[in-house]
Design a protein around this ligand. Sequence first.
Ligand code: ZN
Length: 75
Amino acid sequence: MIKLKLIKEIIKDNEEWGEGPGEIIEEIYRCPCGNGLVLYREEIVPDFFPMGKTHCGCKECKEKYSFDREKAIEQ
Ligand SMILES: [Zn+2]
């Protein structure tokens, strides 16, 4: 397991939901090989369980690892 290096964290208000103050969290990490980026996105909506998605933009690392937020797990 490799811990990814956080480059940037963005927190935005989620205005799509009229229910209350929701938030969108985006975190950008450097991929394990260093040539690409990994994006983690989570929408926080009141009364919903937060669900995050991790997307790896690096072809090589995408094949080698599975991603879970700030972690890369070797397949
Ligand atoms: Zn990579």
